[in-house]
Design a protein around this ligand. Structure first.
Ligand code: SF4
Length: 317
């Protein structure tokens, strides 16, 4: 257990948020992190529950509560509190391939399920999400995170289609097992929605590149601009590889359940018509931010920073 009285001694403190008026000046992340001592105090709040609902992933009324990865949350909270950072990272990485992504963008089902935040205990949930991010960033900063090339290879070749979170996780696990993995991605960079769906201020793109570089060092190969079935031959892949994992499709926009929506989108679909699906807009913005394209400039009705500032002033005073 982290600290038996921690949850009574320390109040929950989350990473701060830079004010909206400041953060619109750029596309950078806007949650400055707590320092090490403050973060360890937050880890001390974990009660190491007999039944840790945070990582249980129980199904209640058809819905999952707690971490779907079954993360060993009390274990790494304990290690974090004690300053055993390598141990914390080791336990965290046992169940989570990419804590640097989930520590930033996961909606933290663990915290919704945390017993500390229940009416019985009467406190606020442990900051599991921010603790996770601290552990993995510490692991990168100290050099704990380094390429681990499999000692032996199985001789089997696997093609992974799509390099979103699922494709990357599949590639990571299969590579660890010694298979030779090639990831095919239709965009010019890996990450899928991580790269071209989640805005830069939520997940800076160099964080994804850092992980991709690590995976490359570990032996995973990436082929970009390969739209399998179109620009890349599916028959060739089926003939060349022992197995194929399909990890694609998340970028397909969900249909809006509104009368006349097809006509609305068909009439001048795209930036020129002033209407875009959000997923296309986010892709365009991110491409602009990382300078692979100037697509953002083509989007009409793009509010200026000044207009956004006025809007936010109205909202927040
Ligand atoms: S439910 Fe909350 S307090 Fe209990 S072990 Fe999980 S994080 Fe710690």
């Amino acid at each position: 257990m982290a600290k038996p009285t921690g949850f009574m001694e320390y109040k929950r403190v989350e990473n701060a948020s830079i004010s909206p008026l400041e953060r619109i000046a750029n596309f950078k992340e806007f949650h400055p992190k707590l320092d090490e001592d403050a973060r360890r105090e937050q880890a001390a709040r974990c009660m190491n529950c007999g039944v840790p609902m945070c990582g249980a992933a129980l199904k209640l009324k058809g819905m999952v509560t707690g971490c779907p990865l079954h993360n060993y949350i009390p274990e790494w909270n304990d290690a974090l509190y004690k300053g055993q950072f390598d141990m914390a990272a080791w336990r965290l990485l046992k169940t989570s391939s990419f804590p640097e992504f989930t520590g930033r963008v996961c909606p933290a089902l663990c915290e919704k399920a945390c017993n500390c935040g229940s009416p019985v205990v009467g406190e606020e949930a442990v900051t599991v999400h921010d603790n996770e991010l601290f552990i993995i960033e510490k692991a990168f900063a100290t050099g704990y995170m380094k390429a681990e090339v499999p000692k032996t290879r199985s001789g089997k070749k696997v093609a992974v289609i799509g390099s979103g979170p699922s494709g990357l996780a599949v590639a990571d696990w299969l590579n660890r097992r010694g298979h030779s993995v090639t990831v095919f991605e239709r965009e010019d960079r890996a990450g899928g929605l991580l790269m071209y769906g989640i805005p830069n201020m939520k997940l800076e793109k160099n964080i994804i590149e850092r992980r991709i570089n690590l995976m490359k060092e570990e032996g995973v190969e990436f082929v970009f601009n390969a739209d399998v079935g179109r620009s890349a031959s599916a028959d060739h892949i089926l003939g060349e590889y022992d197995a194929v994992a399909l990890c694609c499709g998340a970028k397909k926009a969900r249909a809006l359940n509104a009368v006349g929506i097809e006509k609305l989108l068909a009439d001048g679909k795209g930036a020129a018509g002033g209407k875009m699906l959000a997923v296309d807009f986010l892709t365009a913005v991110t491409k602009c931010v990382i300078s692979t394209s100037s697509a953002l400039e083509k989007i009409s009705m793009q509010p200026t920073n000044g207009q956004i500032a006025q809007m936010l002033k109205k909202l927040y005073g």
